[in-house]
Write a protein that binds this ligand. Structure first.
Ligand code: CTP
Length: 215
């Protein structure tokens, strides 16, 4: 397989010294990259800013903002047969980034945010991607119902659902527990384990989906 994997958060600037971001560490995405390389696949990693070292064997494109991630994915996805969107992309960016540092002259500061492009949601409709498409869903309530809706809306073959209301798993933790949702309506729980192990298990499922597609 040749996989495109997005990982980490995005960083949306407010002015030259400040930005909006989220709690993603990139660990789950990088674990998937390592699992794919171990299994002998080619990997293009599109990574937001993280404190992790990208494996040398992957082709890595470093980005900061959601718009940069969108452009990198638009460029790279055509050469891949499988795409895993693990990044925690900021849904909004600041409208009108200040060129100079904002000074605290007023009592209130109102930021106007505008919607970022949905990168995973563009894979089928805009990038014309027909390979195996995997999305992630980080949810706090009604985890499986939201994840199912997301899978259908974004045209995924597999959706990895993460309950981020639990403090022992998910954002910036070493371990994870996820539920895999398939288009058939079936689901599979990958119980609590290191992100490395969960990465390997997800990759095996993705390999099976890819094999089922082969003529
Ligand atoms: N995603 C993406 N581009 C975005 C937002 C999300 O590619 N602008 C991808 C993520 O990488 C993940 C999936 O979409 O694979 C779900 O992300 P999530 O933020 O949970 O979904 P949203 O579409 O933003 O839905 P909501 O915020 O309403 O829950």
């Amino acid at each position: 397989m040749k996989l495109l994997i997005t990982a980490g958060p995005t960083r949306e600037p407010i002015d030259p010294v400040r930005y909006l971001t989220n709690r993603s560490s990139g660990k789950m995405g990088y674990a998937l990259v390592e699992a794919a390389l171990e299994a002998g696949h080619e990997v293009v990693l599109v990574s937001g800013p993280v404190n992790l070292t990208a494996p040398k064997a992957a082709t890595t494109v470093q980005v900061e903002t959601a718009v940069e991630m969108y452009e990198a994915v638009a460029r790279e996805i055509g050469s891949c047969d499988t795409a895993i969107f693990c990044a925690a992309v900021a849904d909004y960016r600041v409208d009108g980034i200040e060129a100079s540092k904002i000074k605290k002259t007023e009592d209130e500061l109102i930021l106007k945010l505008i919607k970022n492009p949905d990168i995973l949601g563009s894979a089928r409709s805009e990038f014309g991607f027909s390979g195996v498409l995997v999305g992630f869903a980080a949810e706090t309530d009604d985890v499986l119902a939201h994840a199912q809706e997301k899978m259908e809306r974004k045209g995924c073959d597999l959706l990895v659902a993460n309950d981020v209301s639990r403090r022992d798993i998910g954002f910036d933790r070493e371990e994870n527990e996820v539920t895999l949702l398939f288009r058939s309506g079936e689901s599979q729980v990958l119980s609590l384990a290191s992100k490395k192990r969960i990465g390997r298990e997800i990759l095996q499922v993705v390999e099976n989906l890819r094999d089922q597609r082969k003529p």
